[in-house]
Design a protein around this ligand. Structure first.
Ligand code: AMP
Length: 382
């Protein structure tokens, strides 16, 4: 599908916004389908359809107006995807989404295919949660099987009683109990696979979280080259095993002994791959577009060491952040997602700092965050 064609995008968030920007730059038309109106992706689309994913009539009309469909959001109901799939090609194929949108299915897939992941068990009641956690040992982690992201639907467990309580609070039909992983750091890899099966991997990102939300990505990751290569190899194997056409993001825990465990999979652009927009020859968003349109993939080559910093709604507590001060460093690239309401923990934008070394980029990112959030020395966030 060549430039001039129309790409349908399910989901209206920032991942779709950046995908749409990449698609429009290449001369494609972008149609967005999302429940809200004036969404981050809808704002930059040629056509914005605002309807619930369950509105199959609107979804059918939407699909008939485009040449190919992709998504930026994982929790799309299966029935909606099946309808779209019967009308137009959908990439990645809906089965990939079905596996990755549910932790229990994802873990079952990883285990069945022999990929390393944390010890876990599926639980469906408070009693099962308590018994499994006790068997796993404490601390353990309870994670809802469905609809989990940014630490939502998760609890750290220190006792069987806590496991039962956490199950009740979760209010979900199924969950996974996972062993606590004593990791050295967290890293991730985004790779793209095209229609012919060729895979390209982006550089490995080291991810620093605060309160379960990604705060920074550091690229290249500060890990041994052998660990980075192994992460990329596993990501490529996973993309092949899932038969993905499009993107696959893989999050890993790096254990103290240097071995890797797969934490999560996402068949879409990933927050930890945002650095690619400014720091790689081809961004993850353009790569998704090329893959789903049947074009050759671009080069994922890193052009510069980079640190990406997320800007959350919390930054608005003291008033509008000081964008002008942030941009006084010419190596800072700012992205804002066009969200009108700055809620706590909501991802409002991000910035990337490109410097000759990771150390310089980290120092400049600290300075940039202090300017943006008007922090005095040693007085974070006040
Ligand atoms: P997730 O939503 O599974 O990516 O989890 C969010 C964050 O919680 C991860 O990035 C880790 O920092 C932490 N976390 C999740 N699972 C575990 C675990 N089994 N052991 C230790 N930390 C975890």
């Amino acid at each position: 599908m060549l430039p001039g064609g129309s790409v349908g995008l399910l989901g209206g968030g920032q991942l779709g916004r950046m995908f749409g920007i990449a698609a429009r730059r290449l001369g494609y038309r972008v149609h967005t389908f999302a429940p809200s109106s004036d969404s981050p992706a809808g704002q930059i689309s040629d056509v914005e359809v605002s309807a619930p994913y369950e509105d199959l009539d609107r979804l059918a009309e939407f699909a008939q107006d485009v040449d190919v469909v992709t998504f930026e959001f994982e929790n799309i109901p299966s029935a909606s995807l099946e309808l779209v799939e019967n009308l137009r090609p959908v990439h990645p194929r809906p089965e990939v989404l079905r596996i990755c949108q549910n932790r229990a299915r994802e873990k079952e897939f990883l285990t069945r295919k022999g990929f390393p992941c944390a010890r876990h068990s599926l639980v469906k009641s408070a009693a099962e949660a308590a018994a499994s956690a006790a068997m796993m040992g404490f601390p353990a982690v309870l994670k809802s099987a469905d609809f989990g992201y940014d630490g939502k639907g998760q609890a750290k467990l220190r006792s069987a009683a806590e496991a039962a309580e956490a199950w009740e609070r979760l209010d979900a039909p199924a969950a996974v109990i996972e062993e606590w992983v004593d990791f050295r750091c967290e890293i991730s890899v985004v790779c793209a696979r095209d229609l012919s099966g060729k895979v390209e991997t982006f550089p490995v990102s080291e991810n620093l979280h605060r309160d379960h939300i990604l705060e920074r990505s550091v690229v290249p990751a500060r890990v041994d080259p052998g660990i980075a290569r192994e992460a990329q190899r596993l990501a490529v194997d996973l993309a092949r095993a899932l038969d993905v056409v499009g993107l696959l993001a893989v999050e890993f825990f790096v254990r103290r002994d240097g071995s890797l465990l797969v934490n999560e999979l996402a068949p879409r652009p990933h927050n930890s791959g945002h650095f690619t927009f400014d720091a790689c020859a081809t961004s993850q968003f353009e790569q998704q577009l090329r893959a789903v349109c049947g074009l050759a993939l671009g080069s994922p080559r890193l052009l510069s060491p980079v640190v990406m910093v997320n800007v959350l709604g919390d930054a608005w507590v003291g008033g509008e952040p000081d964008w002008a001060a942030l941009l006084s460093d010419p190596d800072v690239k700012l992205h804002l997602y066009g969200k009108s309401e700055a809620l706590p923990r909501r991802k409002m934008g991000h910035f990337c700092v490109l410097k000759p070394s990771v150390e310089e980029a980290l120092r400049a990112a600290d300075a940039a965050a202090d300017r943006l959030f008007r922090r005095a020395d040693g007085d974070p966030g006040e």
